[in-house]
Design a protein around this ligand. Structure first.
Ligand code: CMC
Length: 429
């Protein structure tokens, strides 16, 4: 007999057999559990999806207790050491590492889509000089979709792949142009001779030189950071991508929605929040006091610590620590590093954090690296969003060919008033 669960409803004494597949039961199978014929049937209540699988996915595997992260079966440590972000994006999207000709074609397709329609620049110009780069990114990606009305045809696989290439390619241009506008610098155009991260650095930092040469160590560090951030299974922004995408909207709108979810300080906004926190702490001597405030539950969190899925050291944080050393060799040590190291040392030996299995996550050290690379703090979440675009699109592409796909539409437990009659304004107390 196949695996199954026998449930006895103590309200009625009736027993039900529910099949178990892949360690899950189908929530819809519980609907047959009723107290009467007109009963709606049993539902599950799972705010924040603590224990609900919302899809089947073959893209990213995480074992949070062991601190394992794999893209399409490849350990993140091997990809960070041997792959490039562009190759990793292909892997996430298409399931296997590309052959040499496939990689060349893919690289060419991304490189040759980095230019933005010039009309988009008037939208960028419309932002106030100090508009946050994430808010700009969200709006600009949504607006980009208006240039490609054919993107609505999401049932056409070829059309989908075209939009995927465009979005991955243009997100670095959008990010860099928004930065240049913010600081009042002329836009620096893409250079097709450069790698993906090199091109991003070029568009961010090129001054009057005719040919920008990215520092190879910084270019490589950025590539590794992009690999580490590329996907992370069903996190908040990916869930937004799938949920919004399930309405069959175009991918630009869905990516804008996912980016909005990433903007929050509990998600991708944490890398910026970590630097604010380190600045506020100010010196190693103030670390114990800060830890006391966190433990006292004064609404202060140790940003860059804790994770919904990892109950062990985030494997990405381990790799990032190594990358940080490589970057600091070039840029000089970030003075906030000592505060971060002391916070980590105390937190990892303190009962409060140990009991709750709170370890540094991907955002704890990434901000320090970006800051050392002269990337302004407000851009940090944008640097998370750039590579996560490939993860969102891989998950979206996978979702669209899932035979179980339906529009995302949760249920609720209604807690409002019972039916009542409208009261005329004059008669209200
Ligand atoms: N500092 C202090 N206490 C914490 C922290 C923290 N960073 N994170 C969790 N806790 C405590 C929390 O107060 C709770 O304690 P208690 O059981 O006494 O109520 C316990 O640990 C469990 O926390 P939770 O809020 O139930 O955990 P969650 O899975 O809902 O939240 C999280 C996960 C990442 C939102 C949370 O750990 C957090 O807010 N961390 C800080 C923000 C951060 O670094 N976010 C980046 C996440 S990694 C990048 C990404 O993928 O977005």
């Amino acid at each position: 007999m196949a695996d199954s669960l026998t449930i006895t409803d103590n309200r009625t004494g009736k027993s039900y057999e529910v099949p178990i597949n892949d360690g899950t039961i189908k929530a819809i199978d519980l609907r047959k559990i009723k107290v009467s014929d007109d009963d709606f049937g049993l539902m599950t209540y799972d705010p924040a999806f603590l224990n609900t699988a919302a899809c089947r996915s073959a893209i990213t595997f995480i074992d949070g207790d062991k601190g394992i992260l794999e893209y399409r079966g490849y350990p993140i440590e091997q990809l960070a050491e041997k792959s490039t972000y562009i190759e990793t994006a292909y892997l996430l999207l298409y399931g296997d590492l590309p052959t040499k000709p496939q990689l060349e074609q893919w690289n060419h397709d991304i490189t040759y889509h980095t230019i933005l329609n010039e009309n988009l620049k008037s939208l960028l110009d419309a932002f106030r000089y100090n508009a946050h780069p994430m808010a700009r990114l969200i709006s600009t990606v949504a607006a980009l979709g208006t240039f490609y009305p054919e993107a609505k045809d999401i049932s056409d696989n070829e059309m989908r792949q075209k939009q995927i290439q465009r979005i991955i390619a243009k997100v670095i241009t959008i990010a860099a142009f928004n930065y240049r506008h913010r600081i009042g610098m002329p836009y620096a155009y893409p250079d097709n001779d450069l790698s993906y991260p090199g091109n991003f650095l070029n568009m961010m930092f090129r001054m009057t030189e005719t040919k920008y040469k990215p520092n190879p160590a910084l270019e490589h560090a950025l590539d590794v950071l992009f690999i580490l951030h590329a996907d992370h299974e069903q996190n908040c922004s990916t869930a937004a991508m799938r949920s919004v995408g399930s309405s069959e909207v175009d991918p630009y709108s869905a990516v804008a929605a996912a980016a909005a979810a990433l903007y929050g300080p509990l998600h991708g906004g944490a890398n910026e929040a970590v630097i604010h926190m380190l600045n506020e702490i100010g010196s190693v001597a103030h670390v114990p006091d800060f830890i006391k405030r966190v433990k006292a539950g004064e609404g202060v969190k140790l940003m860059g610590f804790g994770h919904r899925v990892y109950k062990n050291y985030d494997p990405r944080a381990k790799i990032i620590k190594k990358v940080a050393d490589e970057v600091f060799d070039v840029t000089g040590r970030n003075p906030l590093l000592d505060i971060a190291l002391e916070l980590e040392r105390i937190a990892l030996s303190d009962d409060y954090f140990v009991k709750r299995k709170l370890y540094p996550n991907v955002d704890f050290y990434s901000g320090l690296i970006y800051q050392a690379m002269a990337i302004p703090m407000e851009m940090f979440t944008v640097l998370f969003a750039i590579p996560r675009v490939s993860g969102w699109l891989a998950q979206w592409n996978e979702m669209l060919s899932d035979p179980d796909l339906k529009i995302s539409r949760p249920r609720q437990i209604f807690t409002g008033s019972e039916r009542r009659d409208y009261v005329d304004l004059k008669k209200r107390g």
